[in-house]
Each structure stands twice: as structure tokens, then as C-alpha cells.
Design a binder for this molecule. Structure first.
Ligand SMILES: NC(=O)c1ccc[n+]([C@@H]2O[C@H](COP(=O)([O-])OP(=O)(O)OC[C@H]3O[C@@H](n4cnc5c(N)ncnc54)[C@H](O)[C@@H]3O)[C@@H](O)[C@H]2O)c1
Length: 396
């Protein structure tokens, strides 16, 4: 039945799952029916909240006949194996960003989903944020002409949030590129038509205690002629949320009294204790982020079109036209990441793929690697694995 909730199995009940909870709890178009997780406590918490079945392995869960689609929220480096297992069972997939760490894994994942005939959606990423989706619709309408230039900018405390050790090793997917850059890249690609042409970039890895990239600046140009600058710092000093109406990334109010809290919490912690601290932010540990009052965001974004500049902010979009300026309000939906469920439901029930397919995730991953490569070699890197913003026609 097309109106029935999509029955979801979850792999990985960690931090990413916690961040999806307000959406899963508040969107009647989905129902959580099973989970695979190694920790007994989190399986028990899942069972207490959602009923359903807990499994110790992904393969067993994917074989559960009630499961129609699987949300994979395990560490990046496990995504490839987990996508392969779920695709082999013929279930649709929502895999959290980034698609993978290596492009070889990304190729295998795209192939596995295509061979199995299942949808592979990469998300949530901030390209699903409601103001970004609306900005894309405005651009597609042609009302203000072509996109010429985009600026995306974000200063956060990312590098000082509690981490598993591999999250601080670039070659294993650590640092700001794979976890944070990919959000910004997804947003910019969506706004500029998807097909980036080249990257020139520099990165910074300036804290010897956390020796992975904590910052970058990149210049990206597109086949359609637009270009974009992307700047990110996770060094926990300036916080660009003050330029986003004091709204934090997840849509909650920013508390200025908490300045410096991220660095303070890590003081004198050795890596094991830090990884343990991370698990206090996991499912079943009773730490749920404060309820969002606004849409999520990923820092200031300005889109310059021929006849207007668009400023994206948590509450909507400010349009600075030739003769007048106006604002479009975008209220928060009951399910904060409603657009992710829109995509999942359209894929599972109507066979319509969103822009953020496996191919899309691979193209954004290519940009992450190109930023690292450009910074290392001092060269401009030509991109070869890009794809456009294709929204498939309904095929059912
Ligand atoms: N979109 C977002 O807002 C967002 C936010 C945070 C993390 N993420 C992404 O989610 C992924 C996970 O990151 P995280 O911060 O939640 O990590 P985490 O360590 O908090 O959670 C990972 C979970 O996976 C579980 N796990 C490990 N091996 C497993 C296996 N074989 N089967 C089932 N479960 C297994 C762990 O027990 C843990 O609970 C990463 O790819 C990250 O980029 C996305």
C-alpha cells in the first residue's frame, strides 16, 4: 500500500541515530521495526521505545521480512560492507554521510545498489535542510536567472567534540573534510547544479594533539559557469552561528554561556576516555539534544543569481532583488528532517530518486579527496566523477 508507513531497520544506534530520532518519532510516514547494534543496552533501549526486533548482525536484520528500507548510521569506514549486506537482501538504503571514505568503496556501493535494483540515498546531509531545498526550487524556477557565485562559510567546534581515535586520522576518514566538508559540498553542489569541474584548496592541521585537518578553504567551479568558495574551521574559537541568528546547527538556541565548553570537556582526557565520553551522546544514554525551534543549518550561505542574492538562514531565505528586498519564512516542520523522509518515501513508495543518490554521494566524496589533494600538491584538481541534480521520473 503506498500510504502505509515505510518500515525501517536501523544499523548503528549511535550519535547519528540520536540526531534522527526527533524525525523518526514525529513523521507518521515511517515506522522503525528493527535494529542491528553490537551493544545490548542500545538494542534494549530501541526495543523499549519502538518494539520491533534487535539483531546483533546487519545480515540478520536485513533478512527480516518486515524491513523495507535500512538506515545505516555506523562509522564511515563500515558503510561499504553494510550497504553491500543490505543491498544483497534487496532492501532500499539510506546511508548517512559521507557515502564512504575511499572512492573504491564508493564505486562498490553504487554498483551493489544498482545491481540489486534498490535505491541508495546518502543522507541526511545539510543539503536536505528546508531552506536549501527551497533555494534549489527558487533557482530551478528561473525567477532570478542563473546562479553565478556561492559563498559557504562555517566556523564550529567540530574538532573538539568527543571522538573515536580514528575520527582524528585523515586516512581513516577523520578530520573535517569527510564529516563536515561533505555537508558543505553537498549544499553547494545542489545550489550550483551538481557538476563541479575543478578544485583549488588549502587545508590546515594546526593542533598537534589532534593532527588531522581542522580547517580548509576551497574554490570550486562548475560546468554551468558558477563558482563557489567553501570555508570551514572546526577549531572552536569564532562561532559563525552568531551570524545565523544565534541558532545552532541542529536548530536549537545557542547558549553564549557555553563558550569554550567543547575544549574544556576534553582537557586532560586520554583517547580511551574521550571515546567513552562520545558514548554518553549515544542512544540509550539519556542525552538527547535540546528540541529544535528552527530549521537546521550549516553556517552562512549566500547565493548570487543574476537578478538577486539569496541569503539562507534557519528561519527562511532573504531575497535581495534589483529593486526590493523580501523574506520567505520557512517554518520548522513537526519532523525536523522531514525532507529526508520525503526522499525516502518517494524512493520506496514511488520509485523516485532524490538528487542525493549513491552517484551523488560519490561525487561529493570526490570533492573531499580533491580538496586534500589540492592542498597537498598545490595544484588545481580536475574532477571526473561528478553528476547533476537529476530527479528521476516516477517509473512505477
Ligand atoms: N547527518 C548527521 O547529522 C550526522 C551526525 C553525526 C554522525 N553522522 C554520520 O553517522 C555515522 C556514524 O557516526 P556517529 O557519530 O553516530 O558514530 P557513533 O560512534 O556515535 O555511532 C556509531 C554506532 O555504530 C555502531 N556499530 C559499530 N559497528 C556496528 C555493526 N557492525 N553493526 C551495527 N552497529 C555497529 C556502534 O555501536 C555505534 O553505536 C558517520 O558516518 C557520521 O558521519 C551524521
Amino acid at each position: 500500500m503506498t500510504s502505509e508507513p515505510v518500515r525501517i531497520g536501523v544499523v548503528g544506534l549511535g550519535r547519528a541515530f540520536v540526531l534522527m530520532l526527533p524525525t523518526f518519532r514525529n513523521d507518521p510516514r515511517v515506522k522503525l521495526v528493527a535494529a542491528a547494534a553490537p551493544r545490548e543496552e542500545s538494542r534494549a533501549a530501541f526495543n523499549a521505545e519502538f518494539g520491533g526486533r534487535g539483531y546483533a548482525s546487519v545480515e540478520e536484520m536485513a533478512a527480516d521480512p518486515e524491513v523495507e528500507a535500512v538506515y545505516i548510521a555506523t562509522p564511515h569506514q563500515m558503510h561499504a560492507d553494510h550497504v553491500a549486506a543490505v543491498a544483497a537482501a534487496g532492501k532500499h538504503i539510506l546511508v548517512d554521510k559521507p557515502l564512504a571514505v575511499t572512492l573504491e568503496d564508493a564505486d562498490k556501493m553504487v554498483k551493489a545498489a544498482n545491481c540489486a535494483g534498490v535505491h541508495l540515498i546518502v543522507g541526511p546531509s545539510h543539503s536536505f535542510d528546508a531552506p536549501v531545498v527551497r533555494a534549489r526550487a527558487i533557482i530551478e524556477s528561473g525567477e532570478f536567472g542563473a546562479v553565478r557565485m556561492v559563498q559557504a562559510f562555517n566556523y564550529t567546534d567540530f574538532l573538539y567534540r568527543p571522538r573515536r581515535p580514528e575520527e582524528l586520522r585523515t586516512e581513516e576518514g577523520g578530520g573535517v573534510l569527510f564529516s563536515q566538508g561533505v555537508h558543505q559540498i553537498d549544499i553547494v553542489r545542489l545550489l550550483c547544479g551538481g557538476r563541479a569541474r575543478s578544485i583549488t584548496a588549502m587545508t590546515g592541521a594546526w593542533d598537534p594533539q589532534r593532527p588531522t585537518e581542522g580547517a580548509y578553504s576551497a574554490l570550486m567551479d562548475f560546468e554551468d559557469g558558477a563558482f563557489a568558495t567553501l570555508t570551514y574551521s572546526g577549531y572552536a574559537h569564532f562561532d559563525s552561528d552568531i551570524w545565523m541568528d544565534n541558532v545552532a546547527e541542529l536548530g536549537g538556541a545557542k547558549d553564549p554561556k557555553k563558550y569554550g565548553a567543547a575544549r574544556r570537556a576534553l582537557q586532560n582526557l586520554h583517547p580511551e576516555a574521550e571515546a567513552k565520553l562520545k558514548t554518553t551522546r549515544t542512544y540509550g544514554a539519556d542525552t538527547v539534544p535540546p528540541a529544535a525551534e528552527n530549521n537546521e543549518h550549516f553556517g552562512p550561505i549566500i547565493v548570487m543569481c543574476d537578478r538577486a542574492d539569496l541569503r539562507l538562514r534557519p528561519g527562511g531565505i532573504d531575497v535581495f532583488g534589483d529593486a526590493k528586498r523580501h523574506s520567505i519564512d520557512i517554518p520548522l516542520a513537526d519532523a525536523p528532517r522531514r525532507t529526508v523522509i520525503d526522499a525516502l518515501q518517494a524512493a520506496v513508495r514511488h520509485d523516485i530518486a532524490p538528487p542525493q543518490t549513491g552517484e551523488w554521494g560519490r561525487a561529493s566524496l570526490e570533492v573531499c579527496h580533491a580538496i586534500l589533494q589540492s592542498a597537498e600538491t598545490g595544484q588545481k584538481i580536475t574532477l571526473t566523477r561528478q553528476c547533476g541534480v537529476v530527479v528521476q521520473e516516477e517509473t512505477l
